[in-house]
Design a protein around this ligand. Structure first.
Ligand code: TYD
Length: 207
């Protein structure tokens, strides 16, 4: 099963990804945990380029193609081979991040971004996508607890940008059946239990 997690920065998805991986491993499943951008040697190099604040001259088109290039490598080198070996592949962000951030957020035509994603992912569409939703105000509160020097190139963006990204995710959640919206302001363990039970049900459906 291929499971992806999406949401605004600081929504808590990295915590949930880790908790789900632990629960599946404890249940005896083979789990492959990934983060985007990254996950292969080449993809990690692209990640450094993308998140480096010194690269302020990067155009939004280059940004989109670099995220997509990193993903194309990860899909072919890791995701598809792991799915063939019956792993649970869990990714902290995937192609919906490009649609939300570069499409809805940066304003690149959403249909074009989706076409580029189809090419990059080569049929590796997630079975289920958890969108951990928090209001932008909540994101800003969480972000203010972190020193500016620790924020990456994308995290320094302004709140209108994040409103567009969030609305994009909500719009995709209505449009795509694989999306499950999770209230990210709930307690960590409540969210985690909820996610695990959804995955268990989904797995029974598949069997
Ligand atoms: P990361 O440090 O992984 O953030 P997080 O833990 O919040 O996921 O940095 C990823 C940043 O890149 C994050 O701000 C979202 C952004 N991003 C895009 O804009 N497009 C993409 O396709 C992906 C995968 C990430």
């Amino acid at each position: 099963m291929f499971i992806t997690f999406e949401g605004l920065d600081f929504c808590g998805k990295s915590t949930q990804v880790k908790l789900l991986a632990d629960k599946l491993t404890a249940a005896g499943k083979k789990v492959k945990l990934l983060r985007e951008p990254g996950g292969t040697r080449i993809s990690e190099k692209i990640r450094d380029l993308l998140l480096d604040k010194k690269n302020s001259e990067m155009t939004i088109e280059s940004e989109l193609l670099l995220f997509s290039a990193s993903r194309a490598q990860l899909v072919r080198e890791v995701i598809l081979p792991s799915l063939r070996k019956d792993y649970f592949v869990i990714s902290d962000r995937f192609h919906d991040s490009s649609i939300a951030y570069q499409g809805y957020g940066r304003g690149i035509n959403v249909q074009s971004v989706e076409a580029i994603q189809n090419f990059a992912i080569n049929g590796a569409v997630p079975d289920i996508t958890f969108f951990i939703d928090i209001p932008v105000e909540e994101m800003l509160l969480r972000k203010n607890k972190i020193a500016d020097s620790q924020l990456d190139r994308i995290e320094v963006s302004v709140s209108e940008f994040y409103e567009r990204v969030r609305n994009g995710y909500l719009e995709m959640s209505n449009r795509k059946k694989r999306f499950v919206v999770i209230n990210g302001t709930e307690k960590i363990d409540i969210i985690s239990q909820n996610i695990f039970s959804i995955i268990s049900t989904k797995q029974k459906e598949k069997e």
